[in-house]
Design a protein around this ligand. Structure first.
Ligand SMILES: [Zn+2]
Ligand SMILES: [Zn+2]
Length: 306
């Protein structure tokens, strides 16, 4: 048991002492002046450290080719995703009314809401830890999430359709077979709520990065009730050791998954079966750590005042 524990620690933290010293030195160094028009350097960051070297990169890159604004293409995909979800929801309600079955569709919808949170956690864990920008299909998402770790505040500046269009496209294509294949009330109740929560998870994620005073009161209330992922809970995802709190719908699964080290167990299985190390086993370097931005309200961990 001791050997396994020691090996696990070495696998996860091969350079921990060196990296911790480097980070400590960076945080103790003198304040520097802004280095670019859109970037201001966080007070206390050494310009010669890895942190500030990474901050010299352009955060506009993290916004992607389309910047932060919504295009008509973005709006069209979001509209298509919403339409496919609404068709499914309408079919569920219609079939439930016709059959008189209400409890089963309601339970299916509740299951869709709970499992969507788990789904976002698994997906987020996967793209945070494996693959790269050139990975087929998922490369753009992997790159976008790495950019999000460097410049978390950018998500709060994205326009609605700009933030949701990728998941809108997925939902439009994924829901179409369901919409055409069945009229079952239970199936549609589950699919509509599960798909809706997945599609809007990026909006919930953006709200989790928001400032309490700037968010709609209803959103703050839902976050405080635990029905949407809370600002404080998601802030923990952006702090070392960067390997938990992956779920971004309600966050209801985060405590269970992190407490029981479910993702760490999956990482071990993948490592010993395939020899692939997750990014979270490396000490945080530029791809995980927040880079300085232009938001004066940010804390040292990239979250705005919560
Ligand atoms: Zn992440
Ligand atoms: Zn985030």
């Amino acid at each position: 048991m001791y050997a396994i524990t020691t090996r696990w620690h070495l696998l996860k933290h091969p350079h921990s002492l060196r990296a911790r010293r480097r980070l400590h030195a960076a945080l103790q160094a003198p304040t520097v002046t802004p280095t670019a028009t859109i970037i201001t350097v966080t007070p206390g960051v050494n310009p010669n450290s890895n942190l500030s070297m990474a901050a010299s990169a352009n955060p506009k890159l993290a916004a992607g080719d389309q910047g932060l604004h919504s295009t008509w293409s973005h709006r069209a995909w979001v509209a298509a995703g919403c339409a496919s979800l609404l068709v499914s929801l309408a079919k569920s309600i219609s079939a439930a009314c016709d059959s008189g079955l209400l409890l089963e569709p309601f339970l299916a919808a509740a299951a869709g809401y709970v499992l969507a949170d788990l789904g976002t956690g698994v997906y987020h864990w996967g793209i945070d830890n494996y693959g790269g920008p050139s990975t087929p299909v998922f490369g753009a998402q992997i790159d976008a999430f790495q950019g999000h770790h460097r410049w978390p505040w950018i998500i709060t500046r994205r326009e609605f359709a700009n933030n949701l269009h990728a998941l809108g496209r997925v939902m439009a294509l994924a829901m179409l077979p369901f919409d055409l294949a069945t009229d079952d009330a239970v199936v549609h109740a589950f699919a509509a709520v599960f798909g809706g929560c997945i599609m809007f998870s990026q909006l919930f994620h953006a709200w989790a990065h928001g400032t309490k005073s700037r968010l709609p009161p209803l959103v703050v209330a839902l976050q405080d009730l635990g029905l949407l992922v809370s600002r404080g809970e998601h802030a923990a995802h952006h702090r070392p050791p960067y390997n938990g709190n992956y779920c971004i719908v309600s966050g209801v699964w985060n405590e269970f998954l992190d407490k029981h080290r479910v993702f760490e167990a999956m990482e071990m299985v993948i490592f010993f079966r395939l020899g692939v190390r997750p990014r979270s086993w490396s000490e945080p370097e530029s791809e995980w750590m927040e880079h300085a931005g232009d938001d004066g309200n940010r804390t040292s961990h990239g979250m705005q005042e919560i």
